[in-house]
Write a protein that binds this ligand. Sequence first.
Ligand code: OSB
Ligand code: MG
Length: 391
Amino acid sequence: PRIEAIELHRIEVPLVRPFETSFGRETVREALLVRVRTDAGDGWGECVAGRDPFYSAEYVGGAASVIERYLAPALLDARAVGATRVSPARADDPRAVGVPLAASVAPVLAFVAGHRMAKGAVEAAVLDAELRAQGRSMGEAFGAVRDWVDCGVSVGIAPTLEELLDEVAGYVEEGYRRIKLKIKPGWDVVPVGAVRELLGRDGLLQVDANTAYTADDIPLLASLDAFGLLLIEQPFAEEDLATHALLASACETPVCLDESILDAATAVDAIERGATSVVNIKPGRMGGYLEALRVHDACRILDVPVWCGGMLETGIGRAANVALAALPGFVLPGDTSASSRYYADDVTEPFVLGTGEHRGQLRVPEAPGTGVTVREDLVREWASAPPITLT
Ligand code: OSB
Ligand code: MG
């Protein structure tokens, strides 16, 4: 397909409850949606950047600006990204997908340094358009090996211990298969101990510090070994692999990197340095689903388990994440929660946890592309800025 226009839609979606982490508190998700219009149909992608540059250097206003000023013009100029198509001989090879159109997006955008979240959103939209035109789902294209994925839930820092336990108990009741607690200095050993008691010995539990600790905290973090955690996620700065490696040798709980993993090369480097033995894959942070597939493949070769992270995505990003989480290397439940954990209303049909044997799971969408339909009326209603169309 030829790319004819790229639209940017900024929306604000209220969260059902505030989400607090070591880096801040959010009550609304400010999302940036990208729609590409091609001669073979449209595609949607969601940018995972947050409102502020606190989780990482990228933020939604910067992402919108870099797409508008650099990425979209480059892609529109290179309309030839649509010139190479899947040849029929390869069309049934799940690994070949994206090779023609979407895989040509990253090289066209590579002249811009960084801005992976912005690039990832654009690539995701092109991938959606391409797969819809081919009548293929993302799950099929990525190489999904299951129809349902195990879901965990990421639980924010609460005002009190009592409120935390109430919230966790509610998620357990709903069927979530794993709890992840956000921690920070002063909110760690006590809440983790209390939630361990609530879950019992066998409940899957992990923590995420979003870079809030320093090397001085290694003894404290190692003391979390007592709670039988699945992993400790990103206790130290994004750039600091050395301290993560130190912690890994000082504790039994596996160390898992999130912010530090920028692409397949940094993932392999971090694993080889002993800084991470589990990887949180967030396609948006890595510049897109195709790079995320490379990280998945590299981790499989190195025998490192991966799981799918989240960034409070609406149904657009969630649909693609759920498809990715159906790959064989995703052996731990993801932060792929149901729409209702975040939003009273989603911009697509809602993702709802299964029942019976599928309790605590989400179904991998089967329809072409992301497999979900964007509710354009809501995109208009929730707009926080007029949409921008680039041609
Ligand atoms: O570190 O995983 C994180 C949300 C926003 C930014 C960073 C993170 C998170 C989450 C929530 O933990 C995951 C989700 O439910 O989408
Ligand atoms: Mg994290």
